[in-house]
Design a protein. Structure first.
Length: 42
């Protein structure tokens, strides 16, 4: 991702962006583990 875009997002949303990004990353990781579990790979 372009550093200018990241800077603009942080400037717009401030420190609130960091926990939201971690939460979204957690949901994506959980969904990947569930998908792997259903496929019998995990």
């Amino acid at each position: 991702m372009d550093p200018l875009v990241v800077d603009a997002l942080i400037e717009t949303f401030g420190p609130f962006l960091i926990p939201v990004a971690l939460f979204v990353a957690g949901i994506v990781g959980y969904a990947a583990l569930v998908a792997l579990g259903r496929a019998g790979l995990w």
